[in-house]
Design a protein around this ligand. Sequence first.
Ligand SMILES: Cc1ncc(COP(=O)(O)O)c(C=O)c1O
Length: 349
Amino acid sequence: MPRLPQIRPNVLRMAPYVPGEQPGPGERIIKLNTNENPFPPSPRALAAIRSIDPDILRRYPSPTAELFRATAARVHGVSADMILTGNGSDEILSITVRTFLDPGDTLAYPDPTYSLYPVLAESCGIRVVAVPWEPGWQLPVQTLLASGARAIFFANPNAPTGTAVRPAAVRELALAFAGLLLVDEAYVDFADENCLDLVRELPNVMICRTFSKGYSLAGLRFGYAIAAAPLVAEMTKVKDSYNCDAISILAASAALEDQDYARDTWQAVRAERSRLAAELGQRGFDVVPSQANFLLATCPGGLAADLYRSLKAKGVLVRYFAKPGLADKLRITVGTAAQNDALLAALPG
Ligand SMILES: Cc1ncc(COP(=O)(O)O)c(C=O)c1O
Protein backbone atom coordinates (compact mmCIF):
# COMPACT_ATOMS: atom_id res chain seq x y z
CA MET A 1 0.00 0.00 0.00
CA PRO A 2 1.46 3.43 -0.88
CA ARG A 3 1.90 5.72 2.14
CA LEU A 4 1.17 9.43 2.42
CA PRO A 5 3.82 11.18 0.32
CA GLN A 6 6.41 13.27 2.14
CA ILE A 7 5.48 16.92 2.72
CA ARG A 8 8.14 19.68 2.59
CA PRO A 9 9.26 20.32 6.20
CA ASN A 10 8.66 24.09 6.04
CA VAL A 11 5.08 23.43 4.91
CA LEU A 12 4.57 21.05 7.84
CA ARG A 13 5.93 23.71 10.22
CA MET A 14 4.00 26.72 8.91
CA ALA A 15 0.70 27.98 10.25
CA PRO A 16 -2.05 28.42 7.62
CA TYR A 17 -3.57 31.77 6.66
CA VAL A 18 -6.89 32.15 8.46
CA PRO A 19 -9.42 33.95 6.24
CA GLY A 20 -12.34 35.91 7.74
CA GLU A 21 -15.58 33.97 8.06
CA GLN A 22 -17.67 33.80 4.88
CA PRO A 23 -21.33 33.06 5.74
CA GLY A 24 -23.19 30.75 3.36
CA PRO A 25 -25.64 32.11 0.76
CA GLY A 26 -28.94 33.16 2.27
CA GLU A 27 -27.55 33.59 5.81
CA ARG A 28 -28.98 36.84 7.13
CA ILE A 29 -25.95 38.55 8.53
CA ILE A 30 -24.54 42.07 8.54
CA LYS A 31 -21.10 41.33 7.23
CA LEU A 32 -18.51 43.83 8.39
CA ASN A 33 -15.56 41.44 8.72
CA THR A 34 -13.63 41.20 5.43
CA ASN A 35 -13.61 44.76 4.10
CA GLU A 36 -15.75 44.33 1.02
CA ASN A 37 -17.25 47.50 -0.46
CA PRO A 38 -20.92 47.50 0.67
CA PHE A 39 -22.17 48.97 -2.62
CA PRO A 40 -22.89 46.86 -5.73
CA PRO A 41 -20.32 46.53 -8.54
CA SER A 42 -20.40 48.96 -11.47
CA PRO A 43 -23.44 48.43 -13.73
CA ARG A 44 -20.99 48.41 -16.64
CA ALA A 45 -19.11 45.47 -15.09
CA LEU A 46 -22.38 43.60 -14.56
CA ALA A 47 -23.48 44.32 -18.14
CA ALA A 48 -20.13 42.99 -19.40
CA ILE A 49 -20.70 39.74 -17.49
CA ARG A 50 -24.29 39.39 -18.74
CA SER A 51 -23.31 39.87 -22.36
CA ILE A 52 -20.51 37.28 -22.40
CA ASP A 53 -20.22 35.69 -25.85
CA PRO A 54 -20.12 31.89 -25.30
CA ASP A 55 -17.24 31.71 -27.76
CA ILE A 56 -14.93 33.54 -25.36
CA LEU A 57 -15.60 30.78 -22.82
CA ARG A 58 -14.88 28.06 -25.36
CA ARG A 59 -11.46 29.57 -26.09
CA TYR A 60 -8.52 30.21 -23.73
CA PRO A 61 -8.33 33.78 -22.46
CA SER A 62 -5.50 36.18 -23.27
CA PRO A 63 -2.58 34.88 -21.15
CA THR A 64 -1.61 38.44 -20.20
CA ALA A 65 -5.13 39.92 -20.04
CA GLU A 66 -4.36 42.37 -22.84
CA LEU A 67 -7.76 44.10 -22.69
CA PHE A 68 -7.23 44.87 -19.02
CA ARG A 69 -3.61 45.94 -19.49
CA ALA A 70 -4.65 48.44 -22.18
CA THR A 71 -7.43 49.81 -19.96
CA ALA A 72 -5.21 50.08 -16.88
CA ALA A 73 -2.43 51.69 -18.90
CA ARG A 74 -4.86 54.38 -20.07
CA VAL A 75 -6.48 54.95 -16.67
CA HIS A 76 -3.16 55.10 -14.75
CA GLY A 77 -1.01 56.81 -17.40
CA VAL A 78 1.60 54.02 -17.56
CA SER A 79 2.58 51.66 -20.39
CA ALA A 80 0.74 48.34 -20.77
CA ASP A 81 3.96 46.39 -20.21
CA MET A 82 4.03 47.76 -16.64
CA ILE A 83 0.81 45.87 -15.73
CA LEU A 84 0.64 42.27 -14.50
CA THR A 85 -2.76 40.78 -13.64
CA GLY A 86 -3.55 38.08 -11.13
CA ASN A 87 -6.29 36.00 -9.54
CA GLY A 88 -6.80 38.61 -6.83
CA SER A 89 -3.90 40.61 -5.47
CA ASP A 90 -3.09 37.57 -3.31
CA GLU A 91 -1.82 35.86 -6.46
CA ILE A 92 0.27 38.93 -7.33
CA LEU A 93 1.86 38.68 -3.86
CA SER A 94 2.53 34.98 -4.40
CA ILE A 95 4.08 35.56 -7.87
CA THR A 96 6.20 38.33 -6.36
CA VAL A 97 7.58 36.05 -3.64
CA ARG A 98 8.37 33.34 -6.18
CA THR A 99 10.03 35.78 -8.62
CA PHE A 100 12.22 37.81 -6.25
CA LEU A 101 13.08 35.60 -3.28
CA ASP A 102 15.13 32.42 -2.97
CA PRO A 103 14.70 29.92 -0.11
CA GLY A 104 16.76 31.26 2.80
CA ASP A 105 16.29 34.93 1.77
CA THR A 106 14.56 37.38 4.08
CA LEU A 107 11.26 39.19 3.58
CA ALA A 108 10.66 42.09 5.98
CA TYR A 109 7.43 43.91 6.73
CA PRO A 110 6.11 46.31 9.35
CA ASP A 111 3.93 44.49 11.87
CA PRO A 112 1.00 44.11 12.43
CA THR A 113 -0.05 43.86 8.80
CA TYR A 114 -1.76 41.54 6.32
CA SER A 115 -1.23 38.09 7.78
CA LEU A 116 -0.82 36.43 4.37
CA TYR A 117 2.73 37.80 3.93
CA PRO A 118 4.44 35.34 6.32
CA VAL A 119 2.35 32.44 5.00
CA LEU A 120 3.49 33.03 1.41
CA ALA A 121 7.09 33.45 2.50
CA GLU A 122 7.20 30.43 4.79
CA SER A 123 5.64 28.18 2.14
CA CYS A 124 8.72 28.96 0.00
CA GLY A 125 11.29 28.55 2.81
CA ILE A 126 11.82 32.31 3.08
CA ARG A 127 12.70 33.86 6.43
CA VAL A 128 10.46 36.65 7.67
CA VAL A 129 11.37 39.63 9.82
CA ALA A 130 8.32 41.37 11.30
CA VAL A 131 9.34 44.89 12.35
CA PRO A 132 7.03 46.71 14.78
CA TRP A 133 5.55 49.98 13.46
CA GLU A 134 7.01 53.11 15.00
CA PRO A 135 4.80 55.23 17.27
CA GLY A 136 1.99 56.89 15.35
CA TRP A 137 2.11 54.03 12.82
CA GLN A 138 5.14 55.51 11.08
CA LEU A 139 7.34 53.35 8.84
CA PRO A 140 10.20 51.75 10.81
CA VAL A 141 12.62 52.70 8.02
CA GLN A 142 15.94 52.08 9.77
CA THR A 143 14.94 48.72 11.23
CA LEU A 144 13.54 47.55 7.90
CA LEU A 145 16.78 48.56 6.18
CA ALA A 146 18.87 46.82 8.86
CA SER A 147 16.89 43.56 8.54
CA GLY A 148 19.00 42.22 5.68
CA ALA A 149 15.81 41.73 3.64
CA ARG A 150 15.87 41.18 -0.07
CA ALA A 151 12.27 42.41 -0.30
CA ILE A 152 10.03 44.58 1.87
CA PHE A 153 6.24 44.30 1.69
CA PHE A 154 3.96 46.85 3.23
CA ALA A 155 0.29 47.58 2.94
CA ASN A 156 -0.57 51.24 2.43
CA PRO A 157 -3.13 51.92 3.83
CA ASN A 158 -2.22 49.18 6.26
CA ALA A 159 -4.48 46.38 7.47
CA PRO A 160 -5.70 45.99 10.15
CA THR A 161 -4.86 49.52 11.30
CA GLY A 162 -6.19 51.57 8.35
CA THR A 163 -3.25 53.95 8.74
CA ALA A 164 -1.32 55.29 5.73
CA VAL A 165 2.28 56.39 5.18
CA ARG A 166 2.84 59.51 3.05
CA PRO A 167 4.39 58.80 -0.39
CA ALA A 168 7.40 61.00 0.51
CA ALA A 169 8.29 58.61 3.37
CA VAL A 170 7.84 55.58 1.11
CA ARG A 171 10.17 57.26 -1.40
CA GLU A 172 12.84 57.73 1.29
CA LEU A 173 12.70 54.02 2.09
CA ALA A 174 12.79 53.01 -1.59
CA LEU A 175 15.78 55.26 -2.28
CA ALA A 176 17.76 53.75 0.60
CA PHE A 177 16.79 50.12 -0.15
CA ALA A 178 18.62 47.88 -2.63
CA GLY A 179 15.84 45.27 -2.89
CA LEU A 180 12.21 45.18 -4.02
CA LEU A 181 9.73 47.40 -2.18
CA LEU A 182 6.17 46.16 -2.70
CA VAL A 183 3.50 48.67 -1.69
CA ASP A 184 0.24 46.75 -1.30
CA GLU A 185 -2.42 49.30 -2.20
CA ALA A 186 -5.44 47.04 -1.65
CA TYR A 187 -7.23 49.87 0.21
CA VAL A 188 -5.82 52.87 -1.66
CA ASP A 189 -9.13 53.76 -3.31
CA PHE A 190 -10.39 55.01 0.05
CA ALA A 191 -7.23 57.01 0.82
CA ASP A 192 -6.11 60.57 0.10
CA GLU A 193 -2.83 59.60 -1.60
CA ASN A 194 -1.17 56.76 -3.52
CA CYS A 195 2.33 55.72 -4.61
CA LEU A 196 1.79 55.47 -8.38
CA ASP A 197 4.30 58.25 -9.07
CA LEU A 198 7.00 56.25 -7.28
CA VAL A 199 6.60 53.36 -9.71
CA ARG A 200 7.14 55.75 -12.60
CA GLU A 201 10.30 57.09 -10.95
CA LEU A 202 11.97 54.14 -9.18
CA PRO A 203 12.72 50.69 -10.66
CA ASN A 204 12.56 48.88 -7.29
CA VAL A 205 9.01 49.94 -6.32
CA MET A 206 5.99 47.84 -7.23
CA ILE A 207 2.40 48.59 -6.33
CA CYS A 208 -0.30 46.01 -6.06
CA ARG A 209 -4.03 46.71 -6.37
CA THR A 210 -7.27 44.76 -6.23
CA PHE A 211 -10.88 44.80 -7.41
CA SER A 212 -11.96 43.18 -4.14
CA LYS A 213 -12.34 46.40 -2.13
CA GLY A 214 -12.76 49.63 -4.11
CA TYR A 215 -14.56 47.97 -7.03
CA SER A 216 -16.96 45.69 -5.10
CA LEU A 217 -15.73 42.58 -6.95
CA ALA A 218 -14.16 40.36 -4.27
CA GLY A 219 -15.96 37.33 -5.72
CA LEU A 220 -14.45 37.94 -9.16
CA ARG A 221 -10.85 37.43 -7.96
CA PHE A 222 -8.88 40.04 -9.90
CA GLY A 223 -5.86 42.11 -8.90
CA TYR A 224 -2.84 43.62 -10.60
CA ALA A 225 0.66 44.92 -10.12
CA ILE A 226 2.13 48.08 -11.59
CA ALA A 227 5.93 47.97 -11.85
CA ALA A 228 8.82 48.65 -14.21
CA ALA A 229 8.42 46.61 -17.42
CA PRO A 230 11.48 44.37 -16.82
CA LEU A 231 10.02 43.26 -13.46
CA VAL A 232 6.66 42.50 -15.06
CA ALA A 233 8.39 40.50 -17.80
CA GLU A 234 10.14 38.26 -15.25
CA MET A 235 6.98 37.82 -13.16
CA THR A 236 5.10 36.82 -16.30
CA LYS A 237 7.45 33.83 -16.63
CA VAL A 238 6.57 32.68 -13.11
CA LYS A 239 2.77 33.04 -13.21
CA ASP A 240 0.44 30.29 -14.44
CA SER A 241 -0.18 30.61 -18.19
CA TYR A 242 -3.88 31.52 -17.99
CA ASN A 243 -4.11 32.87 -14.46
CA CYS A 244 -7.05 35.20 -15.10
CA ASP A 245 -10.22 33.88 -16.67
CA ALA A 246 -12.05 35.47 -19.59
CA ILE A 247 -15.01 36.66 -17.49
CA SER A 248 -12.85 38.38 -14.89
CA ILE A 249 -10.75 40.14 -17.53
CA LEU A 250 -13.87 41.60 -19.20
CA ALA A 251 -15.58 42.57 -15.95
CA ALA A 252 -12.50 44.11 -14.33
CA SER A 253 -11.78 46.12 -17.48
CA ALA A 254 -15.35 47.47 -17.52
CA ALA A 255 -15.21 48.26 -13.79
CA LEU A 256 -11.92 50.14 -14.15
CA GLU A 257 -13.34 52.13 -17.10
CA ASP A 258 -16.23 53.20 -14.87
CA GLN A 259 -14.18 55.47 -12.62
CA ASP A 260 -17.12 57.82 -12.01
CA TYR A 261 -19.24 55.06 -10.49
CA ALA A 262 -16.36 53.68 -8.40
CA ARG A 263 -15.46 57.16 -7.08
CA ASP A 264 -19.04 57.71 -5.93
CA THR A 265 -18.89 54.52 -3.85
CA TRP A 266 -15.49 55.51 -2.37
CA GLN A 267 -16.89 58.90 -1.42
CA ALA A 268 -19.91 57.32 0.26
CA VAL A 269 -17.67 54.91 2.19
CA ARG A 270 -15.40 57.77 3.31
CA ALA A 271 -18.38 59.77 4.54
CA GLU A 272 -19.71 56.78 6.49
CA ARG A 273 -16.18 56.09 7.82
CA SER A 274 -16.13 59.54 9.45
CA ARG A 275 -19.61 59.13 10.88
CA LEU A 276 -18.98 55.62 12.23
CA ALA A 277 -15.64 56.65 13.78
CA ALA A 278 -17.33 59.56 15.57
CA GLU A 279 -20.23 57.39 16.78
CA LEU A 280 -17.86 54.71 18.09
CA GLY A 281 -15.75 57.39 19.78
CA GLN A 282 -18.85 58.63 21.61
CA ARG A 283 -19.46 55.09 22.87
CA GLY A 284 -16.00 54.87 24.45
CA PHE A 285 -14.07 53.15 21.64
CA ASP A 286 -10.61 54.42 20.81
CA VAL A 287 -10.59 54.49 17.01
CA VAL A 288 -7.42 54.71 14.93
CA PRO A 289 -7.86 57.41 12.21
CA SER A 290 -8.39 55.38 9.03
CA GLN A 291 -7.58 55.90 5.35
CA ALA A 292 -9.15 52.53 4.46
CA ASN A 293 -12.71 51.15 4.40
CA PHE A 294 -12.50 49.79 7.94
CA LEU A 295 -11.82 51.00 11.46
CA LEU A 296 -9.59 49.47 14.12
CA ALA A 297 -11.26 50.20 17.43
CA THR A 298 -10.03 49.46 20.95
CA CYS A 299 -13.07 48.30 22.91
CA PRO A 300 -14.10 49.94 26.17
CA GLY A 301 -12.65 47.79 28.97
CA GLY A 302 -10.63 45.86 26.37
CA LEU A 303 -13.39 43.24 26.09
CA ALA A 304 -13.06 42.73 22.34
CA ALA A 305 -13.52 38.94 22.28
CA ASP A 306 -16.76 39.19 24.29
CA LEU A 307 -18.05 41.99 22.12
CA TYR A 308 -17.18 40.07 18.92
CA ARG A 309 -19.25 37.12 20.21
CA SER A 310 -22.17 39.24 21.35
CA LEU A 311 -22.31 41.07 18.01
CA LYS A 312 -22.18 37.78 16.14
CA ALA A 313 -25.06 36.44 18.23
CA LYS A 314 -27.03 39.51 17.11
CA GLY A 315 -26.20 38.86 13.44
CA VAL A 316 -23.37 41.39 13.04
CA LEU A 317 -20.02 39.95 11.97
CA VAL A 318 -16.83 41.96 12.62
CA ARG A 319 -13.18 40.79 12.74
CA TYR A 320 -11.40 39.84 15.94
CA PHE A 321 -7.70 38.92 15.99
CA ALA A 322 -6.55 36.99 19.09
CA LYS A 323 -3.00 38.29 18.65
CA PRO A 324 -0.63 40.35 20.79
CA GLY A 325 -1.39 44.05 20.35
CA LEU A 326 -4.77 43.37 18.73
CA ALA A 327 -6.65 41.27 21.31
CA ASP A 328 -8.42 44.33 22.82
CA LYS A 329 -9.53 45.62 19.41
CA LEU A 330 -12.09 44.90 16.71
CA ARG A 331 -11.65 45.61 13.03
CA ILE A 332 -14.93 46.84 11.64
CA THR A 333 -15.60 47.22 7.90
CA VAL A 334 -17.43 50.42 7.01
CA GLY A 335 -20.84 49.37 5.67
CA THR A 336 -23.79 51.24 4.23
CA ALA A 337 -25.47 53.76 6.53
CA ALA A 338 -28.11 51.13 7.40
CA GLN A 339 -25.50 48.45 8.18
CA ASN A 340 -23.49 50.84 10.34
CA ASP A 341 -26.66 51.86 12.18
CA ALA A 342 -27.41 48.17 12.81
CA LEU A 343 -23.90 47.69 14.22
CA LEU A 344 -24.27 50.72 16.49
CA ALA A 345 -27.68 49.51 17.66
CA ALA A 346 -26.22 46.07 18.49
CA LEU A 347 -23.54 47.52 20.78
CA PRO A 348 -24.27 47.15 24.50
CA GLY A 349 -25.97 50.28 25.88
C1 LIG B 1 -3.65 44.33 2.63
C2 LIG B 1 -4.33 43.36 1.72
N1 LIG B 1 -3.73 43.01 0.59
C3 LIG B 1 -4.30 42.14 -0.26
C4 LIG B 1 -5.52 41.56 0.03
C5 LIG B 1 -6.05 40.51 -0.90
O1 LIG B 1 -6.95 40.98 -1.80
P1 LIG B 1 -7.48 40.10 -2.98
O2 LIG B 1 -8.90 39.84 -2.70
O3 LIG B 1 -7.26 40.96 -4.20
O4 LIG B 1 -6.67 38.84 -3.10
C6 LIG B 1 -6.18 41.88 1.20
C7 LIG B 1 -7.46 41.24 1.53
O5 LIG B 1 -8.02 41.32 2.56
C8 LIG B 1 -5.57 42.81 2.07
O6 LIG B 1 -6.14 43.13 3.25
